[in-house]
Design a protein around this ligand. Structure first.
Ligand SMILES: Nc1nc2c(c(=O)[nH]1)N[C@H]1C(S)=C(S)[C@@H](COP(=O)(O)OP(=O)(O)OC[C@H]3O[C@@H](n4cnc5c(=O)[nH]c(N)nc54)[C@H](O)[C@@H]3O)O[C@H]1N2
Ligand SMILES: Nc1nc2c(c(=O)[nH]1)N[C@H]1C(S)=C(S)[C@@H](COP(=O)(O)OP(=O)(O)OC[C@H]3O[C@@H](n4cnc5c(=O)[nH]c(N)nc54)[C@H](O)[C@@H]3O)O[C@H]1N2
Ligand SMILES: [Mo]
Length: 824
């Protein structure tokens, strides 16, 4: 083996460089981390899976010894990561064995949660369900799920909710996460599904990241970009982000706009591209509708005007447009800096427009990745657990509903399709006003992750609400529940999931779940059984009994649809590793890129959606759509810029934005239980610029109060490279890990105490990236803040020691060859 080394992967999150050139194959580097004292030869089994702590889909094996997880190793032969793992992949698995896992169901008795058996817990839930169905009907029941279960589980939940109970109130936290990815893809291409592929990184000569801190949120994908950057013919990089992320530092052009101004920026860039003729008129004529409208709209945004709105130099907009317009193979990625804002879909669609006017789709190096965030968010969308109908079927197309009714063997009237599915923020509103009485939350922690937490806590703790929470831990949300169900998770159950470039992986059970914890699938199957849900012939509605039979059922439902899984089997996934859908008779090996040759899924009879008005969100009528796009072309939609709804003012002079750090995942239920990750970012901080710190009389590490019209929290100040006028808070820090004997400080540290109840009109994704805020000094700190120093939160003065993990955080890197015994 060549180049074996040990690397502190907290200090070096992206590991050692393996340079490669344009069009070459990304070299293999296999990363392994084993628990202290465990040697590779001690490992009894390696069990195949992929990462569950982001959307990248890094393929890996779990090391098992004496029935316990003892480490992980990247899979050399998988298309996604070629063996590499990121810090969360390497260390996050330790949370599974945490001593405070839920091991038994809990029910509320006299105001307190007490342990009980499964029959008692499930009986409470089914009894309450039946009562409500009788008293109020299906709309009394809502399901709020996640982007972190498996496809089989979502499909089962979708069948129960839509086909069995008949409620339209089904959504996932994917609403907070990738609703805009789905919405933008539907607007432009008539259907969800990423056009691009990760291999586009190997071929691109320009890579553009829009509101996407890939270095921290898809760290293995960023390693791929870094390896291109140090190889021959490196690509140029464009970064649009108000913070000085590692992406921004590596960029050829970095634009740091004022939060909430993305549409103005994109319009400015598009105007330059169109004005300079950097377009593919032939492609536009053949494959696109709506170009005229775009050309007219962006005329209103000369670089000077866009620069004024975004507060960036006009010259930089020109420079960015020149790089983007000169690209021969352009890859763009889009994520939360675009998605979690008031014009989310409008902004994300402009990135699609850029690719359409330049004809850069469906060819190596030419791709758009409207990224996902959560590991299995793609499946929530595909399987209909986000409220949409499974298989990307169109709720406004009766033929699609009838087809689905045939697959499920139910009457089509049974499947709610009278209106768009209820989105999560609206579901919370229905709980608030008392029309939803039973809310079943699985795999998400809304008491930390939804905006305006004061409101969320009061909504979820209402007496009249029957709240079911299905989780691994007694989270902030679980503490408010009437019934808590202990779930088995990744590594303890089997199922499939699909990453951001349509790669499907099989995740196999490696160890037994703790105590009486059960796979989410078994819980849903049990619920269907106890409710005695039937099809129209009186047979059980849910006809499967385990993960593989659920997968086979889902395959049938996907047949003939864009996300066609019919050519995939568990056996094939075991043998081959990741496979990209569609995979069927026509494409038995899967499909690398969509929309080659300008063929789209946007035919009125086939498309997933007729789209929406980007400004009002009103659904486009079928007739309107047919008139606009009769022959399955791509759709260009223009949008005027609108200012954010809560601008800064005298009382709240800053713009607050929120997001992530490399070392934590969301509400930290897993990463805070991993010693290496928790140590790297143990406490909340707030970032501000050098200028703003000086003006506010703040020094590094001082305790500050951050407030918005919703509330205030306290955090230690990190003076970082963030742009002036903007504050950044990581949203990872809730209250569950308050030390014993201390009251949780509800005015403590969760970013979402401060965020607002508001969303994008088209995707309904909440706005986490802009709010008006104030910053005040409370008292001096005890030294610098505990924010990481090797990420976007690095100190502007570069005067603090680099975050490191020491010996505990070392991983082995094997370069060039697969480890003995292959990758499985
Ligand atoms: N380490 C880690 N990785 C993760 C996750 C995690 O929690 N931790 N979560 C996963 C999930 S579910 C998701 S959704 C993804 C999210 O991945 P990202 O979207 O990459 O992460 P964020 O930090 O939410 O936001 C990205 C960037 O948007 C910038 N931004 C803020 N406001 C604006 C704006 O108005 N315009 C522009 N252009 N940029 C702006 C922020 O400065 C930030 O750097 O990460 C996934 N991967
Ligand atoms: N201010 C602000 N807020 C945000 C964001 C932001 O950028 N800023 N980002 C938003 C985004 S993109 C996202 S994705 C959300 C994430 O928000 P959440 O989904 O609330 O965050 P997680 O901590 O991932 O919560 C997942 C829960 O599921 C549990 N879980 C894990 N695996 C399993 C399993 O197999 N079965 C079951 N039943 N439970 C499991 C975990 O223990 C955890 O409690 O936050 C959103 N909120
Ligand atoms: Mo997300």
């Amino acid at each position: 083996m060549i180049g074996v080394g040990r690397v502190d992967r907290i200090a070096e999150p992206w590991g050692t460089r393996t340079p490669y050139g344009c069009g070459e194959v990304w070299p293999v580097r296999v990363d392994t981390h084993l628990a202290d004292g465990v040697r590779a030869e001690d490992v009894e089994r390696w069990v195949g899976t992929a990462s569950i702590l982001h959307s990248n889909g890094d393929a890996m094996d779990i090391a098992v010894k004496d029935g316990r997880m003892v480490g992980v190793r990247g899979r050399a032969d998988d298309r996604v990561n070629h063996g590499r793992l990121g810090p969360k992949d390497l260390f996050g698995w330790q949370a599974n064995a945490s001593s405070d896992r839920l091991t038994q169901p809990l029910i509320r008795v006299d105001g307190r949660l007490v342990e009980c058996d499964w029959d008692t817990a499930m009986d409470r839930i089914t009894t309450r369900t039946k009562e409500l169905l009788k008293e109020q009907g299906p709309s009394a029941i809502g399901f709020y799920t996640t982007g972190q279960l498996f496809a089989e589980e979502y499909y089962t939940l979708g069948v129960i909710a839509h086909g069995g109970i008949g409620t339209n109130h089904v959504d996932g936290n994917t609403r907070l996460c990738t609703a805009t990815a789905a919405a933008a893809l539907k607007e432009s291409f008539g259907c969800d599904g990423q056009p691009g592929s990760y291999t586009d990184i190997d071929h691109a000569d320009v890579i553009a990241l829009f509101g996407h801190n890939m270095a921290e949120t898809q760290s293995v994908l960023w390693s791929r970009v870094l390896d291109r950057l140090v190889g021959p013919n490196p690509p140029a990089l464009v970064c649009v982000d108000p913070r000085l992320t590692a992406v921004a530092q590596a960029a050829t052009v970095h634009l740091a706009p004022k939060p909430g101004t993305n549409v103005a920026l994109m319009n400015g860039v598009l105007r330059e591209i169109i004005d300079n003729g950097w377009i593919d008129q032939d492609y536009i004529d053949k494959h696109v509708v709506g170009f005229g409208e775009l050309r007219a709209r962006v005329k209103e945004y000369p670089p000077e005007r866009a620069a004024d709105i975004c507060d960036v130099p006009a010259q930089k907009i020109r420079e960015a447009a020149r790089v983007l317009g000169g690209a021969r193979r352009l890859l763009s990625t889009v994520l939360q800096g675009f998605y979690q804002s008031h014009q989310a879909t409008a902004a994300a669609v402009q990135v699609n427009n850029m690719h359409l006017v330049r004809g850069m789709l469906g060819k190596p190096g030419c791709g758009v990745l409207q990224m996902n965030g959560q590991p299995t968010a793609q499946n929530t969308r595909e399987c209909g657990a986000d409220g949409d109908l499974p298989g990307f079927r169109n709720w406004a197309n009766d033929a699609h509903v009838e087809e689905l009714a045939r697959v499920w063997n139910v009457e089509s009237a049974q499947i709610p399709h009278y209106a768009p599915p209820t989105h999560a923020m609206q579901m919370i509103r229905y709980v608030e006003d008392g029309s939803i009485r039973l809310l079943w939350v699985s795999g998400t922690n809304p008491a930390v992750s939804l905006p305006e937490l004061g409101r969320i806590r009061s909504v979820l703790s209402q007496e009249r609400l029957f709240l079911v929470v299905q989780d691994l831990f007694l989270t902030e949300t679980a503490q408010l529940a009437d019934v808590v169900l202990p779930a088995a998770t990744w590594g303890e159950k089997t199922g499939t999931f699909t990453n951001a470039d349509r790669t499907v992986h099989l995740s196999e059970k490696a160890v037994e779940p703790p105590g009486e914890a059960r796979p989410d699938l078994d819980i849903f199957l049990d619920y269907a059984r106890q409710l005695d849900l039937r099809d129209k012939d009186g047979q059980p509605l849910v006809k499967w009994h385990d993960a593989e039979s659920a997968f086979e059922a889902w395959k049938e439902c996907s047949r003939g649809r864009p996300c066609d899984y019919t050519g995939i089997t568990y056996a094939k996934l075991r043998e081959r590793g990741g496979i990209q859908w569609p995979c069927n008779e026509d494409n038995p090996e899967g499909t690398e890129r969509l929309y080659a040759g300008g063929t789209f899924w946007s035919d009125p009879e086939y498309c997933e959606s007729y789209g929406r008005d980007l400004i009002t969100g009103a659904p486009v009528e079928p007739q309107e759509y047919k008139a606009m796009n009769p022959s399955a072309k791509a759709v260009i939609k223009a949008a005027a810029y609108q200012p954010p709804h809560e601008p800064a003012d005298e009382d709240y002079p800053f713009l607050l934005t929120t997001g992530r750090t490399l070392f934590h995942f969301h509400t930290r239920t897993k990463t805070a239980r991993s010693p290496q990750l928790q140590a790297a970012a143990p406490e909340v901080w707030v970032e501000c610029s050098t200028r703003d710190a000086a003006a506010t009389g703040l020094r590094e590490g001082d305790l500050a109060e951050v407030s918005t019209p919703r509330g205030s929290i306290r955090a230690a100040v990190r003076i970082s490279g963030i742009r002036d006028g903007v504050l950044f808070l990581p949203f990872h820090y809730g209250y569950w890990d308050t030390p014993a004997g201390h009251e949780p400080d509800l005015h403590g540290r969760a970013a979402n105490e401060l965020t607002l109840t508001d969303w994008d009109p088209a995707s309904k994704q909440p706005i986490f990236k802009t709010a008006a805020a104030a910053l005040h000094r409370i008292e001096p700190g005890h030294g610098p803040s505990l924010a990481p120093t090797n990420t976007a939160s690095a100190p502007a003065a570069n005067d603090l020691p680099r975050t490191a993990g020491g010996a505990e955080a070392e991983a082995e890197e094997n370069r060039g060859t697969a480890p003995e015994g292959g990758a499985r």
